[in-house]
Write a protein that binds this ligand. Structure first.
Ligand SMILES: Cc1cc2nc3c(=O)[nH]c(=O)nc-3n(C[C@H](O)[C@H](O)[C@H](O)COP(=O)(O)OP(=O)(O)OC[C@H]3O[C@@H](n4cnc5c(N)ncnc54)[C@H](O)[C@@H]3O)c2cc1C
Length: 462
């Protein structure tokens, strides 16, 4: 890999419509900051592209000059793979338009759009697709890894709503990939991450959702955690796809509906959204309100766009983050005991354990139908190590790792690629699972020199 030379910079400056940002520029530090403040990479040049032509040009420049290349869309990836040290970062954050065709029920989305951008446009027509739970996340990275959130049980993974992509491949050419054109590539980008090229436009199917949805939080004291989680695991076996209920264990934030004495103490939070008839939702969720004696609840009709932002205050950019994740078929006694043990020793007020409920429509797709392979997962467990000061790094990282290791015996072995840290290269095979070999063959066809490798990388089969 070569360093960034004046030739490279002049070539980009003379050919791009967008901005070329260099280390001495006043906006360089802003341009290289991403969601996870642990990441402190310094690209040699940032090409903030304005359109597909810019992306094609930037890829050709990277290829001709043999440059290290990274791709940034929403900048949320925990591993910091959006940036690279000393190379060329192709920054798509300015390409963030979302165009909705309400009659065809389709969304045409540029890669820099966030989930909030998408929901804002789609909800103007009472439409949505299955995305994630934090509105500042990028659509691009989320969709390319699989994508799940409140609508996943009803409408499947984000990739299951993908109809077509425009993609710039390693030769700098623009292709369409869908069921009819470059179908192998289309299969690969639905869960294979960023290894195959740079997606410059996503075409998604849309569904009617909201505009208001029954949703909310039901909060319990931590000392009832064992009974609560035992009831939760049985209850979720009985609920229909319209309903999703997740469990979050952490110290209580100062939410206005919680008594002040609860703030800062460990709690079990059940967060839910029902994407169907309101009365039916009320009766379906009622058992969760009677798992024990809640210390507070905030349940009601909320605009879908507001609920999609419900967790934003807990997931703001700028904190230091170290996450680990496991897939689970079931919440066994051992898994529950391990969660409870580690929530009892949270090293910072922001550390938390998230249990996301999967299943439903996401699991009715065959494992080889898309590159996202984990169609038998019922829970994704995420440990969010999160804190503010660098001097807490060791303690918070150790807590996250210790919890992850202790929970491993109860997990399935697979992992959601979008929740992996930079150091987890040994888990890449587990992330792509049974689809890895097919992905490697497609990689060999479209990117034999592995130009796109600053990601949870699929190596070309040789
Ligand atoms: C606070 C938070 C909440 C989250 N919640 C959820 C959730 O509810 N559900 C869920 O499924 N995931 C969730 N995630 C994980 C999320 O899906 C990943 O972090 C994802 O990578 C974010 O995409 P991005 O575009 O913002 O990332 P970026 O950091 O910009 O990109 C990540 C990587 O994706 C690839 N990439 C990005 N754009 C392109 C492109 N246009 N073409 C080709 N490759 C590209 C590149 O390899 C890049 O390094 C969450 C993450 C965070 C930090």
């Amino acid at each position: 890999m070569n360093a960034i030379t004046n030739d490279v910079i002049e070539s980009l400056q003379s050919t791009l419509r967008g901005q070329v940002i260099l280390p001495d520029d006043s906006d360089y530090d802003e341009a290289r900051s991403i969601w996870n403040a642990m990441i402190d990479k310094r690209p040699g040049v940032i090409a903030r592209c304005s359109g597909t032509a810019d992306v094609m040009q930037a890829v050709q420049t990277a290829r001709e000059h043999d440059l290290l290349l990274s791709v940034r869309s929403g900048g949320h990836n925990i591993a910091g793979s959006a940036l690279c040290d000393g190379g060329l970062t192709i920054d798509l954050s300015s390409m963030n338009s979302v165009h909705i065709d309400p009659h065809a029920r389709r969304a045409y989305v540029e890669p820099g759009a966030t989930l909030g951008d998408f929901d804002h446009e789609a909800q103007a027509f009472g439409l949505a697709t299955s995305l994630g739970i934090n509105s500042t996340t990028g659509v691009a990275g989320l969709a390319l890894g699989g994508g799940f959130g409140w609508l996943t049980r009803k409408h499947g993974m984000t990739v299951d709503s993908l109809v077509s992509v425009e993609i710039v491949t390693a030769d700098g050419q623009r292709l369409w990939a869908n069921a009819d054109q470059n179908a192998d590539l289309f299969w690969a980008v639905r869960g294979g991450g960023g290894s195959f090229g740079i997606v410059t436009l996503f075409d998604f199917k849309l569904q009617s959702v909201g505009p208001e949805v029954l949703s909310g939080l039901i909060v319990y004291p931590f000392d009832e955690a064992k009974s609560l989680l035992n009831q939760y695991r049985e209850y979720v076996k009985t609920i229909p796809d319209d309903l999703s209920v997740w469990a979050v264990l952490r110290k209580a934030p100062p939410l206005p509906f919680l008594p002040p004495e609860v703030h800062g103490t460990e709690v079990v939070i059940f967060a839910f959204m029902h994407a169907g008839d309101v009365e039916e939702g009320e009766s379906l969720v009622d058992p969760v309100r009677h798992f024990g004696e809640p210390v507070g609840e905030h349940v009601g009709l909320n605009p879908f766009t507001a609920w999609q932002q419900g967790f934003d205050p807990l997931l703001t950019p700028g904190a230091r983050n170290y996450w680990k994740s496991h897939n689970f078929a079931e919440l066994s006694d051992g898994a529950i005991d391990t969660v409870i043990k580690y929530v009892g020793t949270l090293p910072s007020p922001q550390c938390e354990i998230f249990i996301a409920l999967m299943g439903g429509e996401a699991n009715r797709v065959a494992a080889d139908e898309t590159a996202y392979a984990h169609r038998d997962v019922n829970f994704v467990l995420n440990v969010h190590g999160r804190w503010d000061e660098a001097d807490q790094d060791d303690e918070c990282i150790a807590w996250s790792r210790d919890f992850f290791n202790a929970a491993t015996p109860y997990a399935m072995g697979g992992v959601y690629v979008n929740f992996m840290t930079e150091e987890e290269t040994d888990r890449i095979g587990l992330a792509y699972g049974s689809n890895y070999d097919r992905l490697a063959r497609i990689k060999q066809k479209y990117d034999p020199d592995n130009l796109f490798h600053t990601n949870q990388n699929i190596k070309p089969s040789s």
